[in-house]
Design a protein around this ligand. Structure first.
Ligand code: GRF
Length: 229
């Protein structure tokens, strides 16, 4: 039974596009289908990407509108892909273990209220850290603090600007998020009652991240081995 997936996005929707493309490549092996794209911004590029594909869209005027849209479309899995409104607690509780978010840093570092977009990468550069990255996590009531599903490191270069770093992290998000959504949708990644994330049925060789300084993270195969295709 394939999951009916809703993607909530406020921006361009490049992560939505990466997810749609990955599910297409999986064909009959895909764990779900995106059946709803919702946004708090009528002009969000993500909505246009959905319309092009004939996917239902919804512009969310309120928290009640979000709840109603998820019920109306019988959603089983929610993906936050650059969604800039707080998800109400009754929704995160109802979707516990079935709602994930992508964040452009290695949480819990550089996360929390107000930490989104270029602000994240500006803070990373100002902190002088050598490694940033992308995080996929289950969403709970604490902003950007839910149990982590997957992370992937991205080197910070001496001459990075927030824009150059954002582009490098976004390229990793476009691989990490789709693999993580497929893994959650197929039950390979599960949020236990104890709040711990478990990964089943995959090679359990510890993932060693060999990160040559300045290397471009090309994680496709390694992430596939960590989370499955
Ligand atoms: C991504 O950088 C993501 O990390 C953050 O919002 C951005 C969404 O970009 N949460 P897009 O709309 O998917 O292109």
């Amino acid at each position: 039974m394939r999951a009916r997936i809703a993607v909530l996005a406020s921006g361009a929707g490049s992560n939505l596009q990466a997810l749609l493309d990955h599910l297409d490549t999986l064909g009959d092996g895909r764990g779900g289908d995106v059946v709803l794209v919702a946004s708090n911004r009528p002009g969000a590029g993500a909505l246009e990407r959905a319309r092009v594909r004939g996917i239902a869209t919804s512009v969310l005027e309120s928290d009640a509108a979000l709840d109603a849209a998820l019920r109306r479309h019988e959603i089983g899995l929610v993906v936050l892909a650059g969604y800039l409104r707080l998800v109400p607690n009754d929704v995160t509780r109802h979707f516990r273990g079935r709602i994930v978010n992508v964040h452009p840093s290695l949480l819990p570092a550089f996360g929390g209220p107000g930490m989104y977009g270029a602000r994240v990468h500006r803070a990373v550069i100002d902190a002088g850290v050598r490694v940033s990255g992308a995080t996929i996590h289950f969403v709970d009531e604490q902003y950007d603090r839910g149990p982590i599903v997957a992370q992937w490191p991205v080197p910070v270069k001496d001459d990075d600007t927030p824009d150059t770093l954002a582009r490098r992290v976004l390229a990793v998000e476009h691989v990490l998020l789709p693999h993580a959504v497929q893994a959650v949708a197929t039950g390979r990644v599960v949020l236990g009652d104890d709040g711990r994330v478990r990964i089943y049925g995959l090679r359990d060789a510890p993932q060693t991240f060999v990160l040559a300084a300045g290397a471009e993270s090309r994680p496709d195969d390694a992430i596939a081995s960590m989370l499955g295709r």
